[in-house]
Design a protein around this ligand. Structure first.
Ligand code: AMP
Ligand code: ZN
Length: 111
């Protein structure tokens, strides 16, 4: 997708070290961390909203959640973490390529 910053990162146009990568997703550090550890799990398929989910996209997200559970220790999230998916304007979504925030490395405040 043109002009999508995450597609550019996935395509290597914008350099960003990958902490994990396979054929379906990448994990990078968030450039403006909101916790001691703040990662973004970004599916390689471009879509913005859960509204767009179909069988293929739900398989991709299922895969991402399973993989996050498998690699969490290697990311330093073994003591727990928070997952956030911002959706749309009121949800504070600024990048319109669906992504999963992983926050941890410390005890997070309640909300
Ligand atoms: P959201 O507000 O949920 O759409 O999240 C977008 C996130 O992407 C924000 O937390 C930004 O700090 C992060 N971000 C934007 N550009 C980059 C980048 N080049 N590398 C890493 N994270 C980024
Ligand atoms: Zn994209």
């Amino acid at each position: 997708m043109e002009n999508c910053i995450f597609c550019k990162i996935i395509g290597g146009e914008i350099p960003s070290p990958r902490l994990y990568e396979d054929d379906k997703m990448i994990v990078i550090r968030d450039i403006e961390p909101k916790a001691k550890l703040h990662y973004l799990c970004i599916p390689k398929t471009h879509f913005a909203l859960l509204d767009e989910m179909d069988e293929e996209k739900s398989e991709i997200l299922k895969y991402c959640f399973e993989k996050i559970a498998q690699i969490k220790d290697s990311l330093g999230l073994q003591d727990g973490y928070r997952i956030i998916i911002n959706q749309g304007e009121n949800g504070g979504q600024t990048v319109h390529h669906l992504h999963i925030h992983l926050l941890g490395g410390e005890v997070l405040g309640g909300f």
